[in-house]
Write a protein that binds this ligand. Structure first.
Ligand SMILES: [Zn+2]
Length: 130
């Protein structure tokens, strides 16, 4: 697991994982990718979970607010399932967040292959040590 140092190349944040902050910065009814984590300082966050919502990122984050042990989130709106899967997979492999037990799934109806996987595990298998 590696810390995310800000500004991250594509993500907005970090923002506190609260209803008010989510409503203030995340659009309604738009797909996106997010990272939950704990902010260590103004410029550094330990990622704990990477996720994606193919229809409504805001609704997904609101569900996490008040439940997740994470204090902060980062996010990015995406314009297609392909972009969402690509971004989520990049973050998953780059940071290997401790609460992600399995590799991100391809969006429903799309048979996408992760280009960040080591070649031998390109089928999208769980690559975390047990
Ligand atoms: Zn992969």
């Amino acid at each position: 697991m590696s810390a995310i140092v800000f500004p991250e190349q594509t993500l907005h944040g970090p923002y506190p994982l609260t209803h008010d902050d989510i409503h203030a910065v995340v659009l309604e009814g738009v797909p996106g990718v997010y990272v939950l984590g704990t902010a260590n300082s103004e410029t550094n966050l330990t990622p704990e979970y990477v996720g994606r919502d193919d229809s409504d990122l805001r609704r997904r984050l609101l569900r996490w607010a008040g439940e997740a042990p994470s204090s902060h989130f980062l996010f990015k709106h995406v314009t297609s399932p392909e972009e969402g899967y690509e971004e989520e997979s990049r973050l998953y492999h780059q940071h290997e967040p401790g609460r992600n037990k399995i590799h991100p799934a391809s969006p429903e109806g799309h048979e996408l292959t992760c280009r960040h996987c080591p070649p031998i595990e390109a089928a999208g298998a769980d690559r975390r040590p047990r």
